[in-house]
Design a protein around this ligand. Structure first.
Ligand code: SF4
Length: 432
């Protein structure tokens, strides 16, 4: 049997694409392998968002070519730089950009005559790669927010919501397959349904549809755009125990003049009001965000103000990165570009400040009994817990705990938090 292996890079939305690509190979008679040496075809599903992710994608392509197998490059880098890549890395057997996913096999048939050339990547065929109990649910594609620094609209195009029935159908299939935790995502999840002509459906309606699937213990949202978070959404999350009180709201910055130059809606005052409203309406709310330092025109004072803002709002989880000058985006041509060394210093300053905030917030969880799902064990035999407090990807801290009895991944348990660290927490199995 022919075998395929995949390297999935970038964000979790791209991860879902990788799972759909594997679904197509499965339908095309391929077996999936984790060993490149054992593969007939190696797919590298690339990321092309910012400089560092582009570099990582190219390094992975060059590494996989060494195995001497057929190499297929897909994803955002292939979509954004197709002609350059063909020239720069001709050793790759096939480049399939995102725009060709609907007729993927027509391309693939160039290197494998046996595949059915009429098949394409399809949302409804997927090999879930995130374990037997947790899965992402992608509810759309693209983005229309057009933040001045962001290449995603160039790569992924306009915002398109996925058909409601198709999302619910897939969710039901995932539930039947034993999935207990669903993570709903899109570039801008709060915009769901805005582009539907024939029916009025929004993210709150979609959540009601998912809540009707009783097998799901945990439903979590990622990528909420600040000024699209409705009171209705906050209230629903506040009252529905199966909706994790987890608000992932990338803000990018706090300073109004920077937000304006980023073409982002909502100013500093709006953000402060939003987060205090969430904290008031959802007392155990977990706040996560992403910030960027080094945007053109940013001053040291702006960074100090951002840190003061972080101290005021107190994000449980915060990811930070430096501005990347991306050609084709408006900000790439702005004056007052910042030196890379200065960017790195500002990043370190922000992360140092967040460490203090994160540790102080973690201390409030000591003696708390958290319910959640066992998601594995570390090399010391400690179990790992996924609770309302931590999302599946690596931005958030980990919860380690001991247990006097053996546990399985997917088990729903209670853990009493005994000690905390800057990012992580430690506890023990708690039985009523
Ligand atoms: S909302 Fe996110 S994906 Fe959309 S343009 Fe802005 S940064 Fe990019």
């Amino acid at each position: 049997m022919k075998k395929v292996g995949i390297v999935s890079l970038g964000c979790m939305k791209n991860r879902v694409d990788s799972e759909n690509i594997l679904g197509l190979f499965d339908r095309s008679g391929y077996e999936i392998t984790n060993d490149p040496k054992d593969s007939d075809i190696i797919v590298i599903n690339t990321c092309g968002f910012i400089e560092s992710s582009k570099k990582e994608s190219i390094e992975n392509i060059l590494e996989m070519i060494q195995y001497g197998k057929k190499v297929v490059v897909t994803g955002c880098l292939a979509q954004r730089y197709l002609e350059d890549l063909k020239k720069e890395i001709p050793e790759v057997d096939l480049y399939i950009p995102i725009k060709d996913y609907s007729h993927f096999n027509e391309k693939l048939s160039i290197i494998d005559k046996d595949v059915d050339p009429t098949l394409g990547v399809d949302d409804e065929y997927r090999i879930v790669s995130t374990g037997p109990y947790s899965a992402y649910l992608k509810i759309g594609e693209g983005c229309d927010n057009r933040c001045s620094y962001c290449a995603i609209p160039i790569i992924r195009g306009h915002f398109v919501s996925r058909d409601y029935d198709s999302v619910i159908k897939e969710a039901k299939e995932l539930a039947e397959a034993g999935i207990k935790e669903i993570i709903v995502l899109e570039q801008d999840t709060t915009k769901y349904g805005i582009d539907f002509k024939d029916k009025k459906v929004d993210i709150v309606d979609l959540l009601h549809g998912l809540l009707a699937i009783k097998e799901f213990k945990y439903i979590r949202l990622l990528y909420l755009y600040p000024d699209e978070i409705s009171d209705e959404l906050i209230e629903l999350i506040g009252k529905e125990p199966r909706l994790t009180p987890y608000f992932d709201v990338p803000i990018q910055h706090s300073e109004t003049h920077i937000l304006k130059d980023m073409y982002r809606r909502g100013d500093k005052e709006f953000l402060i009001k939003l987060f205090s409203k969430i904290r008031n309406k959802v007392p155990n709310a977990v706040l996560r965000t992403t910030v960027m330092v080094g945007f053109p025109g940013e001053t040291e004072e702006d960074v100090d103000n951002l840190i003061e803002f972080m101290k005021e709002v107190k994000f449980d989880h915060l990811g930070a990165f430096t501005y990347s000058q991306e050609e084709g985006t408006p900000a790439a041509y702005f004056p007052n570009q910042i030196d890379e060394e200065v960017k790195k210093k500002r990043l370190a300053k922000v992360m140092k400040a967040q460490q203090k905030i994160s540790y102080a917030l973690n201390k409030k969880h000591v003696d708390e009994v958290m319910s959640g799902m066992v998601i594995g064990q570390d090399e010391h035999g400690n179990y790992l817990l996924r609770s309302y407090w931590n999302a599946p990807d690596d931005v958030d801290g980990k919860i380690f705990f001991t247990s006097h009895k053996p546990l399985q991944s997917g088990d729903i348990v209670k853990v009493k938090i005994n000690s905390v660290f800057v990012y992580d927490m430690m506890g023990e199995l708690y039985e009523d």
